[in-house]
Design a binder for this molecule. Structure first.
Ligand code: SF4
Length: 467
């Protein structure tokens, strides 16, 4: 057999049949959130059942408030938000799917809880009703975001029609510099290839830099693959992956663990496998990075200056830069570190894990927040771990606000949002217009950079604080 990439192996092992260029794929795990209510409603209208409820997991994360949760969903003041949470929880119970609801001791974001629980294991095909389902590719999974109608199809049949993406490999080699994290790596990559640089591709990350990253760092990278247009972002599993999964609640145990390991070890890309597109990146060239514009590719080393559209030849790109600067209210040529902030947000499925909070707390020890700064753990489990390590106390002492788990200000549909015109350094994944609230302005950064921005009140090179 000719050498195969991990993507080919995953695709072939889930492929059922092909018809008119589309493949029917078997789905192992499906992840729902409050907006999946529409899929449940569609199922109800069609009088269909959930075929394998034990393979569907539901989360309350997008709409849950991150303070004042003592009364549960009934205590959510906004009726629209309250009904989304209550209806979703009711629907999950009605159809018998596992629910990580608002009162669950392990509640949290749908891309943080499943790996913590061991639901995500190498070799699976995971779909989720959220584009950042690509996060789970960090475990050597095929992981897609799908819409509500596709999700309803999966609940009814445990299968999904998909057009096969092309294969792309991104090789990142070398040691990351001081103060540089996985978030800087993925922002630098998207800045290099653009927001459509991986459109139509399944992205495999390889190289010594990726191998050296923790599972948390790998999840950050795969999470943002979608921001480069990638359908899938994945990393071959290795000993770090197996060590992360072992012993978790849903992970195989005993003899089944050994059998699973044997299968997982065969997943890595074979030597000589070919790709439709190859990209390389030198880790040593990556600096702490911040976005200045309205998509994640509009990013630069924090030591840089806001670009001048006048110097851009391509008229379309020039116009995009002009409108981005207008929305962001920035002047060409001004230093990124001169950009003053109104708020800082540390959290989300990109950077709401324990390692992210440790990195932010390390910086928070060096000062006090001069702008309102929220720290929102990605899950109850992350929250408990952080509190056991005393990170909450470090944040509170530094004037940061310690909140309950959820998507919070990543998406601004839960009561947490920017006021019009407010400017925020954020560890989330999208700096689109209005993403964090109507008229809000977002600068994407790493957790350490966000904490540095909090104690300075402007975008800041975290290396200056940590050195
Ligand atoms: S944190 Fe943001 S990107 Fe992640 S699942 Fe929630 S809303 Fe989606």
């Amino acid at each position: 057999m000719s050498p195969q990439s991990i993507f080919e192996k995953l695709w072939n092992s889930h492929h059922i049949l092909t018809d008119e260029g589309e493949s029917l794929m078997y789905v192992d795990v499906a992840l729902a959130q409050e907006n999946t209510l529409h899929a449940f409603t569609a199922l109800e209208k069609a009088k269909r059942k959930v075929l394998h409820p034990q393979q569907i997991y539901a989360f309350t994360d997008h709409y849950v408030p991150t303070t004042g949760r003592a009364k549960g969903p009934a205590g959510i003041p906004d009726a629209g938000i309250r009904n989304m949470v209550i209806d979703m929880q009711d629907m999950a119970k009605k159809y018998g799917v596992t629910l990580f609801g608002m009162a669950h001791r392990d509640q949290g974001i749908m891309h943080i809880v499943p790996p913590e629980q061991g639901i995500i294991q190498p070799g699976l095909f995971v779909i989720g009703n959220d584009s950042h389902t690509s996060t789970h590719g960090a475990f050597g999974c095929l992981a897609y975001g799908v819409g509500a109608s596709e999700f309803a199809h999966v609940m009814a049949t445990q299968a999904l029609w998909q057009r096969k993406p092309k294969a792309m490999r991104i090789t990142i080699d070398g040691k990351l510099g001081f103060g540089v994290s996985a978030k800087d790596v993925i922002l630098a990559l998207i800045a290099k290839i653009g927001v459509d640089g991986a459109t139509g591709y399944a992205m495999e990350y390889a190289g010594s830099t990726i191998a050296a990253l923790s599972m948390e760092g790998r999840m950050t990278i795969c999470n943002m693959s979608i921001e480069a247009g990638g359908r899938v972002g994945l990393i071959a599993p290795d000993d770090k992956t197996y060590a992360y999964v072992e012993g978790r609640q849903y992970a195989p145990k005993g003899k089944a663990w050994q059998q699973a390991l044997d299968g997982w070890r065969a997943l890595a890309t074979d030597a000589g496998a070919t790709f439709d597109k190859e990209v390389t990146l030198d880790a040593a060239s990556i600096a702490p990075t911040a976005t200045w514009g309205v998509n994640p590719s509009q990013a630069l080393p924090v030591t840089g200056v806001v670009p001048d559209p006048a110097g851009i030849k391509d008229p379309q790109q020039r116009s995009e830069y002009e409108t981005a600067l207008e929305y962001m209210a920035l002047r060409p040529g001004m230093g990124l570190q001169d950009i003053k902030l109104d708020r800082v947000f540390i959290g989300s499925c990109t950077n709401g894990r324990i390692e992210d909070l440790r990195a932010a707390a390390e910086v928070a020890k060096h000062g006090r927040a001069v702008v309102p700064t929220w720290v929102v753990p990605g899950s109850m489990s992350v929250m408990r771990q952080a509190e056991a390590e005393g990170l909450d106390k470090i944040f509170i002492k530094a004037g940061f606000e310690w909140r309950d788990p959820g998507c919070s200000m990543c998406t601004a549909i839960n009561g947490d949002y920017l006021q019009p015109g407010e400017r925020c350094a954020s560890t989330s994944n999208r700096n689109f217009r209005n993403r964090q609230g109507p008229g809000g302005r977002t600068h994407l950064v790493s957790p350490a950079m966000a904490a540095a921005a909090a104690i300075k009140g402007h975008l800041t090179d975290v290396r200056e604080i940590l050195k």
